[in-house]
Design a protein around this ligand. Structure first.
Ligand code: G3H
Ligand code: 13P
Ligand code: ZN
Length: 311
């Protein structure tokens, strides 16, 4: 099996009422944890790399690790650039073997977003690569993505048809109330998503795959372990799993998960060091961290995304 694009995955997911998990990867243990889970569940996968991940691990290392995972699992895996912000970055990933790129022009005007996205689509399609665009802005802070609550905005359903027609994108990320990171809602605030916007968007774009960013649930069990072992994340709140399941049954075909992987890894390592303060071999604490990622991803594939058995 070689790397694949997400085209066929999305078509089947749309028709089947489930979503593909798009998991952010930064190192070998994360890639192994995710792909071992997908193998056991026979699930198609998108592994995505942010520009921060690329700077941290280097492009070639991540590509080779993902190629090794394909050799190991024989699964259909799509390698995707997450939040590409320039044509040059997208081109570099396309030239360097990625099968999918996101061009995130959501911080530009509608017209400039169209022009930039169209340019990336033309280059990508000429090289057999698919493109995800974005309309609307999610709040949240990560390495290279930093949008304040005041700058965040929901997707306007009136714009989606024109955007997709003029750019030729293969999938569209929309903003319906999710956000990046571990602090998605204020303490006491009831988590809510604008399913009415998702419904409206899918009416304007029948059969077209929609992408949900900022879709970690910020699993309370991990937050509790972190806080019980010297961490300080008392107000971390994510998207309830039943809402993600509902989105997956609708037009959402790709659900992005990064923060939950980070929490799974960090919870495991914090707990390990509390229990073994004298240990210093990285293999000793990375092994349970990798196992915790595998357990988390299996849970997501089966209970949230519904893509188990679909590879
Ligand atoms: O949405 C952003 C992803 O979670 C990647 O985060 O830029 O810190 O690698 P990062
Ligand atoms: P989370 O921070 O909710 O995991 O979102 C990740 C994401 O959208 C990556 O693009
Ligand atoms: Zn994102």
């Amino acid at each position: 099996m070689a790397l694949v694009t997400s085209k066929e995955m999305f078509q089947k997911a749309y028709e089947g009422g489930y979503a593909i998990g798009a998991f952010n990867v930064n190192n070998m243990e994360i890639i192994q944890g995710i792909t071992e889970a997908a193998k056991e569940e026979n699930a198609p996968l998108i592994l995505q790399v942010s520009s921060g991940a690329r700077n941290y691990a280097k492009h070639a290392y991540l590509v080779k690790l993902v190629e090794a995972a394909i050799e190991d699992t024989d699964l259909p895996i799509c390698l995707h650039l997450d939040h590409g912000d320039t044509f040059e970055l997208c081109k570099s990933c396309i030239d360097g073997g990625f099968t999918s790129v996101m061009i995130d022009g959501s911080h530009h005007s509608f017209e400039d977003n169209i022009a930039l996205t169209k340019k990336v689509v033309e280059y990508a399609h000429a090289h057999g690569v698919v493109v995800e665009g974005e309309l609307g802005r999610l709040a949240g802070i990560e390495d290279a993505v930093n949008v304040s609550d005041a700058d965040a905005s929901y997707t306007d359903p009136d714009q989606v048809q024109e955007f997709v027609e003029k750019t030729g994108v293969d999938s569209l990320a929309i903003a319906i109330g999710t956000s990046h990171g571990a602090y998605k809602f204020k303490p006491g605030q009831k988590p809510q998503l604008r399913f009415d916007i998702l419904e409206e968007v899918s009416k304007r774009l029948p059969g077209f795959p929609i992408v949900l960013h900022g879709a970690s649930s910020v699993i309370p069990e991990f937050v509790d372990i972190i806080n019980a072992n010297g961490g300080k994340m008392p107000d971390a709140i994510g998207i309830p799993e039943d809402m993600l399941r509902q989105a997956a049954r609708m037009a959402v075909c790709k659900i992005n998960i990064d923060s939950d992987l980070r929490l799974a890894m960090t919870a495991s390592i914090r707990q390990y060091f509390n229990e073994h303060p004298d240990h210093f071999d990285p293999r000793q604490y990375l092994k349970p961290a990798r196992a915790n990622i595998k357990k988390l991803v299996q849970h997501k594939l089966v209970n949230v995304l519904g893509c188990n058995g679909k590879a």
